[in-house]
Ligand binder design. Structure first.
Ligand code: SAH
Length: 244
């Protein structure tokens, strides 16, 4: 698992965020994967305000309390919403370009650091991972490192709020059965690569995980998973709390 930050020459999303903030518009942010057809992330969506948050995000923002950590904060949309609501938040991201924009947009406490960097310490009551926040875990094999890190960062009584989705619908047959190769890697382990203008990012791993699998890993790693709410397309919000 990588523990570094991005260089601006290899940070397509950060450049798109920067352009959109400075010019009010951006080119296409293209997404490639060996598993899917080419796709696009609407850059405007990365700047969504509180009133446009999907229900799972809105629920997480309302539940977040105390000292909050916004992991992979992007343009700062959730951190700004939390500040508007009078909540205390620290935003972290590995994109120097995005971190700069968050500072310019008024996020008070922003840090350019990788969640998995050993230097990153703190004590948080709520840790937020949103917009398929489980993605940052990358692969199932990183699950124990993830739980170790959040255990280290959580204040007593604190918890993680994270959204994810179950990709099994991609393998659903017309008769409702699922065509999954049980010998293959877990079906939610996806590789992505992004491109914006001439800027190409490195390929990275992004994990989508179903609730049952996540619960199993949580209990193996000393955590309790609770399903807070389901979205309308195989997505859900989960709370992870260290088991007593
Ligand atoms: N949460 C934001 C952005 C989601 S995109 C939103 O909902 O709009 C994911 C973000 O996570 C990107 O900005 C990326 O730079 C950042 N990121 C990826 N891996 C990370 C890591 N290991 N530590 C911190 N940030 C990370």
């Amino acid at each position: 698992m990588h523990t570094d930050i991005l260089s601006p020459e290899k940070d397509p999303m950060g450049q798109a965020i920067s352009d959109y903030y400075k010019q009010g518009k951006a080119d296409k942010l293209r997404v490639f994967s060996s598993q899917f057809d080419e796709d696009e992330i609407p850059v405007k969506q990365l700047f969504r305000p509180l009133k446009e948050f999907p229900i799972l995000e809105r629920t997480a923002i309302d539940m977040a309390s105390g000292k909050i950590l916004d992991v992979g904060a992007g343009s700062g949309c959730h951190s700004l919403a939390l500040q508007q609501l009078g909540k205390e938040v620290c935003a972290i991201d590995i994109s120097p370009l995005s971190v700069k924009i968050m500072q310019e947009r008024g996020v008070h406490d922003v840090r350019l650091i990788n969640l998995f960097n050993e230097q990153f310490a703190g004590s948080f009551d709520t840790i937020l991972l949103l917009m398929n926040g489980s993605g940052i875990i990358g692969k199932l094999e990183n699950m124990s490192a993830f739980f170790r890190k959040i255990k280290y960062l959580l204040a007593p009584g604190g918890s993680v709020l994270m959204d994810s989705s179950d990709l099994r619908y991609l393998f659903e047959e017309e008769d409702g059965s699922y065509l999954l190769d049980l010998a293959a890697d877990y079906y939610g382990e996806i590789d992505f690569r992004m491109k914006y203008k001439q800027i190409e990012g490195e390929s990275f791993d992004w994990l989508y995980i179903d609730y049952t699998t996540l619960s199993l890993y949580a209990s193996k790693n000393g955590f309790r998973a609770e399903l807070i709410r389901e979205g309308n397309h195989y997505d859900y919000l989960v709370r992870l709390t260290p088991a007593p």
